[in-house]
Design a protein around this ligand. Structure first.
Ligand code: BES
Ligand code: ZN
Ligand code: ZN
Length: 495
């Protein structure tokens, strides 16, 4: 899909469709809309007066062969109340328009930004929205859907000569494509994405975009004594891997912070001996979503070149029952030397992260972010709406939440009070891998990881409920979302 800025007046651009958006504000037709109304000889005002054009959020009105406009269709997307409008809504509008038009066989369209949304941040959001909305996977279908492809989108209303515009377009494309890179991985069935295959895919991507890459195999992992990762992997015939990607800025300052991105990549989570019920178990192929998130973020970072070095550490394993599998009650020794009483083998994500986080610190990371499909409990707490965001110290988390806000990703701060730490005390080892007592499952999971981050500034993103959507949204296909990548990249750029 080509995306370019177009400087011609919108009415004269030839395309399959022209798209813009209308606010829910009592039929007020102003700015670009009034130009459009004039061009179409009062059609817009008539539509608004008829009650068909309401401007309600993401409500689409399609006009065929609009008089006075060179495009074959005019699509008006509802933008909701103007007072509540944000750049995040603009992103969704662009995505909604693309999916709506794509399903109707449109190949080329023009997206016209209105007078209030013509800065670089708006442009970047529109491009992100378009690229992310264009993603669909029918890799494993032998009968492909009919040739529905958006070939080109022209962005009108923007001033191509304004400072930062070409860069904003490029950033939007890179970030959107990196989100799609992660989504493609998350979609893969576990028989096509074992830890070894994930490592190969990460290595190929790293070489393509110029990142340093090292893959730790089972021998190296056992030399390093990553006992928690090994414990999870030992039930599977598939050996574990640790993927390490490095981005180094050109003018590296010796006192620079080093950002570590650690992602849970359980390529399939059966639960192990504490086996999961069969219903919905197929979805546990997406239990590598945190790892894919970090790989996607690194891909974007390779292009956008922040001024701080970034290291990704992605521990990958398959969690299986079997004759060699770990059992409830077993005690494991993590790389840090801490001992873990395994109460439930299905609480495996925190174990692979224990060694991942500790290893990242050993590599010199001074600041950490981890992402993981860690707990079902986060869905109880926040439904499929917000990512659960944990972190210490609190100021570090607050900083990150600013990036989440800028990136238009909903994240909610979760408590880390000491009372929750008490719940992972073990009777026989240093810690246990599930909380004792009732409730707080997402928080005790976070505390477990913090035991290995210790005092290093650390953020934990529980994406179990947001990494995958069962129902598509007007701006997003069903399946993997690629959530958190935009926030992490924004944060790296500002660190
Ligand atoms: N991978 C799951 C968490 C999960 C659940 C991800 C639903 C996506 C959707 C994780 O490994 C897990 O099984 N967690 C357990 C922890 C419990 C045993 C303490 C859970 O949430 O039930
Ligand atoms: Zn599990
Ligand atoms: Zn899991």
């Amino acid at each position: 899909m080509q995306i370019q800025i177009e400087n011609q007046p919108f009415a004269s651009i030839a395309a399959d469709a022209l798209v813009t958006y209308v606010f829910d504000q009592d039929q007020k037709i102003e700015g670009v809309l009034s130009e459009m109304d004039q061009a179409t000889d009062g059609h817009l005002a008539a539509l608004a007066a008829s009650g068909e054009l309401t401007g309600k959020t993401l409500e689409n009105v399609l006009v065929h062969f609009p008089a006075g406009i060179n495009a074959k269709r005019l699509l008006l997307v509802g933008a909701g109340k103007p007072g509540k409008f944000t750049v995040s809504d603009l992103r969704k509008i662009a995505g909604t328009a693309l999916r709506y038009l794509k399903s109707r066989g449109v190949k080329k369209f023009v997206f016209l930004a209105r007078e209030g949304e013509r800065g670089p941040a708006d442009l970047q959001a529109v491009v992100e929205g378009l690229v992310v909305a264009d993603f669909e996977s029918d890799k494993y279908r032998t009968e492909k859907k009919p040739n529905r492809e958006i070939q080109s989108v022209s962005l009108a209303g923007f001033d191509a000569n304004q400072d930062g515009m070409p860069q904003a377009l490029e950033n939007g494309r890179v970030i959107g494509e990196s989100q799609n890179f992660a989504r493609e991985l998350i979609n893969e069935p576990s028989n096509y994405l074992t830890p070894r295959m994930l490592a190969e895919r990460a290595e190929a991507m790293a070489k393509e975009v110029g990142l340093g890459v090292e893959i730790l195999d089972e021998r190296k992992i056992s030399e390093l004594k990553m006992g928690a990762l090994i414990a999870v992997a030992q039930g599977s015939i598939e050996p574990p891997r640790v993927i390490v990607l490095r981005y180094t800025p050109e003018n590296l300052r010796p006192d620079s912070p080093v950002l570590g991105l650690v992602g849970k990549a359980v390529t399939f989570d059966t639960g192990g001996i504490s086996i999961k019920p069969a219903d919905n178990m197929e979805k546990m192929k997406y239990d590598m979503g945190g790892g894919a998130t970090m790989l996607g973020a690194m891909r974007a970072i390779a292009y956008l070149k922040p001024s701080v070095p970034v290291i990704a550490v992605v521990p990958a394993a398959e969690n299986m029952p079997g004759g060699r599998a770990q059992k409830p009650g077993d005690v494991q020794v993590a790389m840090s030397g801490k001992t873990i009483e395994v109460i439930n083998t299905d609480a495996e994500g925190r174990m692979v992260l224990a060694d991942g986080v500790f290893y990242a610190r050993n590599l010199g990371c001074t600041h950490l972010i981890d992402a993981a499909t860690l707990t079902g409990a986060i869905q109880v707490a926040l439904a499929n709406v917000h990512v659960g965001a944990f972190g210490t110290p609190r100021e570090y988390l607050d900083h990150f939440l600013l990036s989440a806000k800028a990136a238009g990703e909903k994240m909610w701060p979760m408590p880390m009070d000491d009372e929750y730490r008490e719940m992972i005390k073990s009777n026989i080892a240093d810690i246990r891998n599930t909380g004792s007592g009732k409730g707080g499952g997402a928080i005790t999971g976070a505390w477990f990881i913090k035991e290995f981050a210790e005092d290093t500034p650390w953020i934990h993103l529980d994406i179990a409920a947001t990494c995958w959507v069962d129902d598509g949204k007007p701006w997003l296909a069903k399946g993997p979302t690629g959530v958190a990548i935009r926030s992490i990249v924004d944060f790296a750029m500002k660190l």
